[in-house]
Write a protein that binds this ligand. Sequence first.
Ligand code: CS2
Length: 489
Amino acid sequence: MSRLSTQSLADLPADVVRPGYDRAQVKAGVVHLGIGAFHRAHQAVVFDDALNAGDLRWGIVAASLRSPSVRDQMVPQDGLYTMLVRDGSAEQARIIGAVQDVIVAPQDPQALIAALAAPDTHIVTLTITEKGYKLDPATGALIEDDPQLAADLVSLDSPQTAPGYLVAALARRMATGLAPFTAISCDNLPHNGTRLRNAVLALARRHDVNLADWIAAEGAFPETMVDRIVPATTPDDIATLTARLGVEDQAMVKTEPFIQWVIEDRFCGPRPDFGAGVQLTAAVAPWEEAKLRLLNGAHSGIAYLGGLAAIDHVHEVLALPEARFFVEALWDEAETTLSPPPELDVAAYRTQLMARFDNPTLRHRTRQIAMDGSQKLPQRLLATIAARIDAGQGIDALTLAVAAWVRWQAGQDDLGEAHVVDDPLAAPIAAALDAATTTAERVAAILAFDAVVPPALGANAQFRDTLTRWLAILETQGARVALVTFHGD
Ligand code: CS2
């Protein structure tokens, strides 16, 4: 079967939307670190919109920081891929042409540094997941004993981390008299721009104080909130699309109609005239907090409770009335901790979120969301719980979600089916839990795990007691009973 490519574009079915610009004329104004499905369905589409609007400065050179798989999917297709937008019934296909090249960083670190240091590069976007920043999830300090970061602290000749690449390239830009690029973190972290800036400045300072001062003065690290649900592509998705296109597209992504990118209006160089889906604002934090605590908080609760109950997809979990009740209750709790931006109608946002979760054609797997819980829980659930406790409020729903995460660490669902706990801290968390013999001891072990649970919260009796109660039910009776119990409470 031949592949999607520049050559096969003309033969695609008429209803497939194609790039409306001459790809040969496009300059690479963007370098992206961490080219996964989320980038292809979110930021790359925004830059593709800019190209379609006639501003040809915004092609993307993308990098994979680990494996060659995305390069092998995309380069034989001339960087082209299909974005399938599924709204629950209909499906729209659009070919995105913004990605010009994919570099596999470990195979060719110099190519990535050169792309980042190129005069045409004005914007660097990152989707490197929470763990890619090499910052402690609870405190935000650099994790100096992380082996890759430790290597970058010694030498940046062949960087190992995303902050390492940025510092190496910024050093070259300074040396060649270029301005820095605007570096935009697109990961689901509170104050993601500040975190990225902190990681870059801390690393730069260890190599060259002048460089760190120059980056601090001239660089820009806007805060952002990114939102679009992008389930991992399955072999079935590819087979169905192949039948529709008549050529195979190994790099396709599937997503929902909704897209939102709120960006702090702080650029140190050129940017496109952003179109649909993008809002520039002075204050991103209230947007980020609302999204993390409502969308992502509920997602994690659904993922662990649904995963334990052996339910594969988000919309299937929400087919249970007790699961819907739990999500609404979690939102009731989270909502009181927010200072939403004036433009955000929280009631309408919640209704819209439930409809997005219900989308039956997305098939978003609970196991995909369950990944990396230790990196996600602090901002999605634990900060919300701490705020509720400070305000003298109840934490029942939020804590049930945390208890389900703890239970997930045991590596078995309620039917006895084994799963891999995909998390950078899986081993130390498992060791701490294995050493405990009772529910109360397991709770104590988790509460003492200060890379995830802030010490003040770990010492709180209300949290400890609520967590113990839910974990006991999960351990003895499972997630379905816990949800029914919650409903009946
Ligand atoms: C999800 C997010 O996998 C996860 O942890 O909660 O990827 C979520 O789908 C996006 O943040 C939606 O914008």
